[in-house]
Design a protein around this ligand. Structure first.
Ligand code: KG4
Ligand code: ZN
Length: 334
């Protein structure tokens, strides 16, 4: 089965072509970072207009790079939510039009399910069950994943998501959007033990996250002490506080549910320090750690193609009157 997938939930217009769940034939990601950077975050109205401009060329390129035409596509997959409504609508409307004109069935994919299964795009694939930490701009969530169709939300953020904390701290430090990549880069020159920022563990058995206290603590520290010389130390110490909690809670979840495999995914899983700490602690405590290549951690359509493939296995194709949604339906499971 050849699947053409489209992702347009936030600030990336992406398209990918995949054969079954095995072979990625193309993966095109067109980032809008340059457009939103000067505003310090994503401007929804600009995002949807840019998706509208980019979607046709991006899909065209994905087909060309895969060496196929639409006539060879057996199924379409599109991110249905969560995300920015206007942006999601561009992808869904495009897919509906293709589906109608070319008579190709389509499925809607939850963006979070895309992140959850993105690990299967790599060489090292976990067996079920596993605990998945999905840390992105909008979510910091822990899932107990039993198979491709059964996954339960077991922990979530109570305020800011991990990626959001990186983005907000970057803003506090006068660094560009998105904050994750620049903070992880600057952290390499900083001392992670320079400032003891707080870790919010919540109750001893809690699998939820809270990063807004940490963000406030960084803001207070910067107000009192900021000097350009210590930016790298602030970055490294802040990053360490986030990584410590993310890694600690993923392991806590694996222990609680007696699961041996741990997966990390989502944009924040591109963070080299998180990858290293989860790997080291996991190994030390007897867990097997799996993570997608960094290109599949940040938003892409390959993960939507893969999650779409599983939807087709369930025969859950959509009618033409289906709508997008802004919040994840996966949270209903929690
Ligand atoms: O998954 P993603 O691409 O989009 C959403 O679904 O939100 O995640 C984007 C988030 C942003 O908040 C960005 O700052 C963060 O992931 N991010 C990182 C890194 N690269 C991206 N955070 C920490 N370290 C990174 N290297
Ligand atoms: Zn995402």
């Amino acid at each position: 089965m050849i699947i053409l997938a489209i992702e347009s939930s936030c600030d990336e217009t992406a398209a990918a072509v995949m054969e079954n769940d095995e072979r990625l034939l193309s993966n095109v990601v067109n980032s809008q970072i340059d457009l939103h950077g000067k505003y310090g975050g994503v401007v929804p109205e600009l995002a949807s207009r840019k998706h509208l401009e980019d979607i046709y060329p991006v899909v065209d390129r994905a087909l060309i790079e895969a060496g196929i035409t639409l006539d060879l596509v057996d199924g379409l997959a599109v991110t249905q939510g969560p995300g920015l409504i206007g942006s999601l609508l561009v992808g869904l409307s495009f897919v509906k039009a293709l589906s109608l004109v070319k008579r190709i069935p389509y499925v809607g994919v939850d963006h979070m399910a895309g992140h959850l299964f993105s690990v299967f795009l790599g060489q090292q694939k976990p067996s079920f069950p596993y605990i998945a930490l999905v840390a992105s701009g909008g979510h910091s969530s822990l899932f107990h994943v039993k198979d491709h169709f059964n996954y339960t939300l077991v922990g979530r953020t109570r305020d800011d998501a991990a990626g959001e904390a990186f983005d907000k701290v970057a803003k506090i430090l006068g660094l560009p959007y998105p904050g994750g990549p620049i903070i992880s880069q600057l952290s390499q020159q900083g001392d992670k033990d320079a400032i003891a920022f707080p870790r919010s563990w919540l109750a001893p058995d809690s699998l939820d996250f809270s990063f807004s206290g940490l963000k406030t603590s960084v803001a207070n520290y910067v107000r009192q002490n900021h000097h350009p010389d210590i930016t790298a130390d602030i970055c490294a110490s802040f990053q360490e506080a986030v990584v410590d909690v993310l890694a600690g809670k993923a392991i806590r979840a694996a222990k609680k549910f007696l699961v041996k495999n741990i997966v990390i995914a989502g944009g924040v899983a591109a963070n080299p320090r998180l990858r290293q700490v989860v790997t080291d602690r996991g190994e030390k405590e007897g867990f097997d750690i799996f993570m997608p290549d960094t290109a599949f951690c940040t938003d892409n359509a390959a993960m939507i193609a893969l999650a779409g493939y599983y939807r087709f296995q369930q025969a859950s194709t959509l009618e033409l009157d289906m709508d997008v949604y802004s919040r994840s339906s996966l949270f209903a499971a929690g």
